[in-house]
Design a protein around this ligand. Sequence first.
Ligand code: HEC
Ligand code: HEC
Length: 165
Amino acid sequence: MKMLRHLALLLSLCTGLAVAQQEPARPFVDAARGPTPITESTKPPVLGNAVNDDVRRTRNYAMQPPTIPHRVDGYQIDKNFNKCLDCHARAKTEMTQAVPVSVTHYMDRSGRTLAQVSTRRYFCMQCHVPQDGVRPIVQNNFQDVDTVIQRAMQAQKANEKSSKK
Ligand code: HEC
Ligand code: HEC
């Protein structure tokens, strides 16, 4: 019985392979890298002029890392110095008026709060990014939770009205 099952599995694998081989390779196109094959490097686009309006933006959901509303080019972040923390560290914010990093930035992976920013949060631009005024390269129809709730409530009201008639 077991042997039979193995045989069936092998057979289905073989036919799968055969089908895969027959199909002509479709050219791979990725909106971000264009038609450049995955094995080759793309020519990086010219750097734009990062938005520098100092206006804190709405977050789309509670745990979204806020985007950076100021320029960051040339800021040093390495083992010797972290330019971001030069303004955003708790102790520096009175002088800089920057938003202090939140308590999650002091937590290690076991949830213990440390005295200094955790190494997991040291490289700020892993999560926080400056913005450029460019046309989006992929479509996005994300709606935040407030919009979703509002729509659901409107739909419910409309439903109740029509059932009363
Ligand atoms: C010279 C001081 C200074 C430095 C250096 C600096 N920031 Fe800021 N940052 C600010 C100030 C002040 C604000 C408040 C908005 C504004 O004025 O731009 C801010 C706002 C932000 C915000 C928005 C916070 C929110 O709640 O919307 C993020 C994210 C941020 N900075 C990240 C960074 C990162 C990452 C770096 C390093 C690459 C950095 N900042 C370096 C001063 C600084
Ligand atoms: C692993 C991802 C990650 C890294 C790395 C990281 N952050 Fe954040 N940051 C977040 C998230 C998520 C939030 C929003 C939720 C929260 O406060 O934890 C946030 C919030 C913030 C805020 C807003 C705080 C508030 O109370 O509104 C500031 C300012 C900030 N980060 C700055 C920094 C700076 C400066 C660094 C580098 C020293 C950094 N972050 C590194 C993910 C990250």
